[in-house]
Design a protein around this ligand. Sequence first.
Ligand code: BYC
Length: 474
Amino acid sequence: MIDYTEKIPNNIDLGRDRVLQRALEHWQPAYLNWWYDMGPNESHNYEVYLRTAVSVEPDGWAQFGYVRMPEYRWGIFLQPRDEKRQVNFGTHKGDPAWQDVHGEYRSTLRRVIVTQGDTEPASVEQQKMLGASCPSMYDLRNIFQVNVEEGRHLWAMVYLLHRYFGRDGREEAEALLARRSGDTDNPRILGAFNEPTPDWLSFYMFTFFTDRDGKFQLCALAESGFDPLARTCRFMLTEEAHHMFVGETGISRIIQRTCEVMKENKVEDPSDVRSLGVIDLQTIQKYLNFHYSVTLDLYGSDVSSNAANYYTSGLKGRFEETKIDDDHQLIEAQYPVSEVVGGKIVTKNVPALTALNERLRDDYIREIESGLSRWQRVIDKSGIPFRLTLPHKGFHRAIGNFAGYFISPEGEVLSQEAWKQHEFEWMPSPRDHEFVQSLMSGRVVELGKFANWIAPPTRGINNQPLNFEYVRFN
Ligand code: BYC
């Protein structure tokens, strides 16, 4: 009999809840089987210098040490309960926050939790093969850290399913281990989580763009009137921050290296840049266009009755809900959304309650813009006259008002033929992918060494030097 209070670090007094303990006891071997199958390839014997969440105290949750990943202490952590917390929006505004699920919201809430939970193992599956082409031991350790934490985020959602949703919840928890990213018969729920992450440029873009959707969705769920969900998401956010750091600094280091090589060799033409073994800025822009647009879809339709219902019922709030100065019910409020009318993009006001997906997407875009300006500074510092830009919101969209239209990065509505003619000026072509992957044909793991196409980071993990042995291969 596994002692779960020992094996699953938690701050929910798991040992005293026999039913929950048994349910998790049943689920854990299935989870481990999934990890062995779908976790990082060939990594099971590696000892990785990981941080592990051991408590929710500021100094307790980040402990560093060597861990074999299947032995990672995936635990259950909730932000401590605030007895005075209330439902802060929607029709139940002012009621004490719920410690249990309202019967009438059961299936809606389960759905939101399942959708969130589904993304976590999906991303691990998407990144499964990347260890074989890592640019350094530092980066290898970072991807493993991201992977084990996504695994823990799955635990976080599975805990809620098991604890609050009975048999349905247990079935959903099993289904989370059965779907597979990109599978034709049983794919992951949301679009971006079925796209491959075939190389490290994609990985960093994914952690910058798509993990940040994770941040904004978790922030909205952290406002939930259902207190256990809110507290779970609050703690998940502390881990999410590291994933976005990996993405932002990864791209920044690639840009820096490209600029260094361009300056040293006085080249600007993308094919000359490529011949020096670094990724040309034009290709970086195309990857950016792809990941940004696919991630914008993750916010759902611009006008959504689902989103309105989530809000009115108090299940999912807005980004920083309690800091917003309004009625928190959106009775009269309007919000601008765009749509295509007669071949032009126009903006109109709609009831703000129905535009909550769009509002969250806009909050996200603002943060993306700041990240992009930090990358731009790296280029500007080198004196290279190249500007990274965000494509128009309607570019390459498959969900919402722009779906089915062919919109250029500048926001022109084009015919399908005209758009297709430019497709590979805007998005990575099979040849671009081939080139990027040609740079990443093997792994670089000598101590302190970095692949030619990426600059070293400014510092190591947890104050360790760059030539530290972050992964022991055994
Ligand atoms: N792909 O009213 P609509 C993360 C579906 S990332 C496929 O437009 P709604 C992470 C939708 O399900 C954060 N289908 O949307 C990052 C609905 O289906 P039904 C994940 C899509 O419901 C990196 C229909 O279209 N968390 O954590 O208002 C690494 C019409 O619905 C998509 C969450 O998403 C799509 N892109 O909002 C690891 C939070 N978009 O009802 C982790 C939980 C929509 O017709 N999820 N559909 O069958 C939600 O809050 C909502 O489900 C969504 C959609 C915001 C995603």
